[in-house]
Design a protein. Structure first.
Length: 138
């Protein structure tokens, strides 16, 4: 939901429209209704929630967070699957520090964030975990 809010707000700004308080509250309210529907009482104060979240004051923070998790999952899955050279690539990734741009460093470690593969793999893992949770709750 946060990522969608961020995307919507950036699109509005890129069209040259003003980001007024009423607009921000309205867009956030729409998302609250979409994501929570009738399952949660949505008090009027919740319309302001999007303004108190510091993530939105750093461009595309939510997307950076999600892609970072996807990269970490890809690295971990390679190590846990005992892929040849995965541990060495991971250690080299850690040792590189900030000596190269992140995308280049990750590519060297075997994770190409320029493709959808790491995000898709992470979404599949998330889906598996949700299914496991549902099975436990039945």
């Amino acid at each position: 939901m946060f990522a969608e809010f961020e995307k919507i707000i950036h699109a509005i700004e890129e069209r040259g429209e003003g980001l007024t308080l009423d607009l921000l509250k309205s867009e956030y309210r729409k998302l609250l209704e979409t994501y929570f529907g009738g399952a949660v009482v949505l008090d009027a104060q919740l319309d302001l929630e999007g303004l108190r979240i510091p993530h939105f004051y750093s461009a595309f923070y939510v997307y950076k967070y999600a892609t970072g998790i996807s990269a970490a999952v890809a690295l971990a899955q390679a190590v846990l699957a005992k892929e040849p050279g995965a541990v060495e690539k991971y250690l080299a990734f850690l040792k590189s520090g900030g000596s190269r741009f992140p995308l280049e460093t990750l590519r060297t470690a075997g994770v190409d964030m320029a493709t959808p593969t790491p995000v898709e793999r992470t979404l599949r893992l998330f889906e598996t975990r949700v299914e496991e949770l549902e099975a436990l709750l039945v």
